[in-house]
Write a protein of this length. Structure first.
Lengths: 392, 91
């Protein structure tokens, strides 16, 4: 396939470039022209987290001319287990600034373009249009579909990578003859079915592995060398260290990249993924379960009210931090109902309020008449009531 | 034949990453799987019995949707079925 930057006059390499990239220059697959193509290329990294960290670092090292970064998040201690572009001193700092600093330290000739925003239907086309290739390192379904559709509409290849616990996927979507993300997955899973890294956990090294695979694909597309993952889904199982490959086909009936596309504009991706905006009512009631704020729980405890706090997290979480709840891990609850009084109000609590909501609903279905969910969980307690309670 | 269970669904398959079943077609293999692991059924199939759109099924390395006989395709003991759900983690 023709290299992306074929029709643009290639930039000259400086003497610094020649010494820096000597190991590339002596490779037949790169050479002077290949390195010039890399220098001319403009790549957009969506996300500077787990996948974005190694991705951006290796692209900067390889001599990409312009690297756009999209991230609106702030560095948190729990990121440092895997987001290696950030350092301990960056905790609390904008990821964009932290990433840009490391990238330009590695390669001062790199042109970093910071997009301090959340990618949305309103800005995606405008942001993506100036780049040659997009590398998707985001962490949620709505953005994955947004990036995919924008890439297909604009004709920009998408070096895709995604991870879950210790498994990863990688491919290249949105090339002219190849499939797009929707050819593989026409619809997203219902919200809440596939946990995020915060809820499901992730092996720290995994995004390192997959992110570098994405960077490799970006570089191959720019050079026009090797065999890219177009029409191929690479599956990585880090625990068993097995790599498998599945064939991906372009779906002729794909609504975005098929022969008769029905989607030619960006849509509301939150709605597409079934994520409804939180109504005012939901702040106080969700699926029939009253939501208790941490402030209100504190007030009740301080007033000496007899509150039964049911903590449905796992024992290792309880060891990290707890607020005096009775621990019955969520999967044990159905077998331990005898320990949960029916005549008192039960306040169900977990880390962020999601698991506890599900258990609260289960208790209600099991005949408990006074069940409330602690909205925001122990994280909210730490934020609003007692910062000494360890967040994790 | 072996059916590979993806990480997000392993807790519904008794924690296993692969299950062995005896079957003549893809459909039969899935039926065998969900008979012994009923929780998997609602995660894999809609109420109407269709495979959920965010789950893909591969017979060896081919997407079942593109096989001429689709789920009716005959399988042998040395074939493998892979269930590949969409995952979005990146952060």
């Amino acid at each position: 396939m023709p290299a992306i930057t074929e029709i643009i006059p290639l930039p000259e390499l400086t003497t610094d470039d020649l010494s820096r990239y000597s190991r590339h220059l002596i490779l037949p697959e790169v050479g002077m022209e290949g390195q010039q193509r890399l220098k001319a290329a403009k790549v957009l990294c969506v996300g500077t987290g787990g996948l974005g960290s190694p991705l951006a670092l290796y692209l900067a090292a390889a001599g990409i001319g312009t690297l756009g970064l999209v991230d609106f998040d702030v560095v948190d201690a729990s990121n440092l287990q895997r987001q290696i572009i950030h350092s301990t001193k960056d905790i609390g700092r904008k990821k964009l600034d932290s990433a840009a600093e490391k990238l330009t330290a590695l390669n001062p000739a790199l042109n970093v373009v910071k997009h301090d925003t959340m990618l949305s239907s309103a800005n995606a086309l405008d942001i993506l249009k100036d780049y040659d290739i997009v590398a998707d390192g985001t962490d949620n379904f709505p953005t994955r579909y947004l990036v995919n559709d924008a890439c297909v509409i604009l004709g920009k290849p998408n070096a895709y990578g995604s991870i879950f616990r210790f498994e990863g996927q990688a491919s290249v979507f949105a090339t002219e003859d190849g499939p797009c993300y929707r050819c593989l997955y026409p619809e997203p899973p219902p919200p809440g079915l596939v946990p995020s890294c915060a809820e499901g956990g992730v092996l720290g090294i995994l995004p390192g592995l997959v992110g570098v695979i994405q960077a490799t694909e970006v570089i191959k597309l720019i050079l026009g060398k090797g065999s890219p993952l177009i029409g191929r889904l690479l599956l990585v199982d880090a625990l068993n260290m097995r790599f498998r490959e599945l064939k991906l086909r372009k779906n002729p009936e794909c609504p975005v990249c098929g022969t008769n596309p029905t989607i030619t504009e960006l849509i509301d991706y939150q709605q597409f993924c079934g994520i409804l905006p939180e109504s005012k009512e939901e702040k106080t009631m969700k699926n029939g379960i009253p939501q208790l704020t941490v402030k209100e729980l504190k007030r009740r405890r301080d007033a000496g009210e007899d509150v039964f706090l049911l903590d449905v997290r796992e024992p290792y979480e309880y060891q990290i931090a707890q607020i005096g709840g009775t621990l019955i891990p969520q999967n044990d609850v159905p077998n331990r109902l005898a320990e949960i009084p029916r005549d008192r109000e039960i306040v169900v609590q977990c880390r962020s309020g999601a698991r506890s909501q599900r258990i609260a609903e289960f208790l209600k279905q099991s005949g408990y008449s006074k069940v409330v969910n602690l909205a925001g969980g122990i994280l909210a307690w730490s934020d609003e009531i007692d910062p000494k309670v360890q967040k994790y | 034949m072996k059916i590979f269970i993806p990480t997000p669904l392993r807790s519904f398959a008794g924690g296993q990453d692969a299950v062995d079943v005896s079957a003549a077609t893809v459909t039969e293999a899935l039926d065998r799987l969900t008979e012994s692991h009923p929780d998997l059924r609602r995660h894999l199939f809609t109420g109407e019995g269709k495979l959920r759109a965010f789950v893909n099924l591969y017979l060896n390395d081919e997407d079942v949707r593109y096989l001429p006989a689709k789920e009716g395709t005959q399988v042998s003991a040395s074939d493998t079925l892979s269930i590949i759900p969409s995952i979005a983690g990146g952060n």
